[in-house]
Design a protein around this ligand. Structure first.
Ligand SMILES: Cc1cc2nc3c(=O)[nH]c(=O)nc-3n(C[C@H](O)[C@H](O)[C@H](O)COP(=O)(O)OP(=O)(O)OC[C@H]3O[C@@H](n4cnc5c(N)ncnc54)[C@H](O)[C@@H]3O)c2cc1C
Length: 260
């Protein structure tokens, strides 16, 4: 039982049960009543606003959740791997050239040391960067619930079963990635080259991200949903900057390897 903390916001963090399952079966049994916590970055924000869950379960010690490994042509990134681990692990950059730049851009050293891949995805915040990157990479999501473990395309993230755990993200090795953004979170773009084809996805506040072939940056931008004004930027600015980022990403991917 955790109790008695007072956040700087002056909200008292109420008591909650903290479970520490050691097996996936135990974690799945707990899921309907105890939500997962990994790095706790999002949960701390919730608690600072006065929301206290009745129970949480620390999933960081579950087998294979905090590991990175290559399995044949697939790179398997455990959901509880931190952004920092992803930044420094040579297997990651070896499998997808340019991947390191994504993790380097995330937050600050504290967020990178605490925050995890699965926590970022499960938070479903449309201004976070990882979903468009993984869409452009055509990644797969390994999820488990009471009925078993399955692999879903990353675009099914929001449709994963209720009471499921994200176990890992799987990315096919052998790609080159460019990730670029204007002043976050105004707009960001991830573009991936595999052999001669280039695929890109975009992130910007309040819009769906989309992955599609990036043959002609102007055409690609024309297919995007209508831009909106919000607190972070104007529609006019977004409409102007999107083709620039798209063209720049494509040009970088067409440079000889090592020159980008
Ligand atoms: C100041 C700041 C700056 C940031 N900057 C960036 C940025 O530049 N780019 C970016 O992309 N992101 C950014 N983030 C977001 C950050 O990456 C996420 O908050 C972090 O990765 C969340 O991971 P966590 O393990 O701490 O999540 P937690 O707080 O542990 O969990 C978050 C949510 O996910 C659920 N969850 C966690 N793991 C799993 C799992 N395996 N399966 C199912 N559900 C799960 C939890 O129940 C909870 O609902 C920033 C955040 C902050 C606070």
């Amino acid at each position: 039982m955790a109790d008695g903390l007072i956040a700087r916001s002056r909200h008292r963090i109420g008591p909650f049960h903290l479970h520490r399952p050691s097996s996936l079966a135990e974690a799945l049994d707990l899921l309907p009543t105890a939500a997962p916590i990994a790095g706790g970055v999002e949960w701390v924000e919730v608690m600072k606003r006065g929301g206290t869950p009745a129970a949480l379960q620390d999933i960081t010690k579950l087998p294979d959740l905090a590991t990175i490994r290559q399995e044949g042509e697939w790179l398997r990134l455990g959901a509880a791997v931190t952004h920092r681990q992803l930044l420094i692990d040579p297997i990651v950059e070896g499998a997808v050239g340019g991947f390191r730049h994504v993790w380097r851009e995330i937050g600050n050293p504290r967020i990178r040391a605490q925050g995890t891949l699965g926590g970022n995805l499960a938070a479903s915040n449309p201004v976070y960067d990882l979903l468009p990157v993984l869409l452009a990479l055509e990644a797969q999501l390994e999820v488990a619930d009471a009925s078993g473990t399955q692999c879903l395309p990353i675009q099914a993230l929001a449709q994963r079963p209720r009471h499921s755990l994200i176990l890992a993200v799987r990315v096919r090795a052998g790609a080159q990635l460019v990730f670029d953004r204007s002043l976050r979170p105004v707009i960001g773009i991830a573009a991936v080259r595999r052999e001669s084809s280039i695929q890109a996805a975009i992130v910007w506040a309040q819009a769906e991200v989309r992955a599609a072939p990036l043959d002609d940056p102007a055409d690609w931008c024309d297919q995007l949903p209508h831009w909106v004004d919000d607190a972070h930027g104007t529609a006019i600015y977004r409409a102007a900057v999107a083709p620039v980022l798209a063209a720049r990403a494509r040009a970088r991917l067409l440079l000889p390897v090592g020159a980008a």
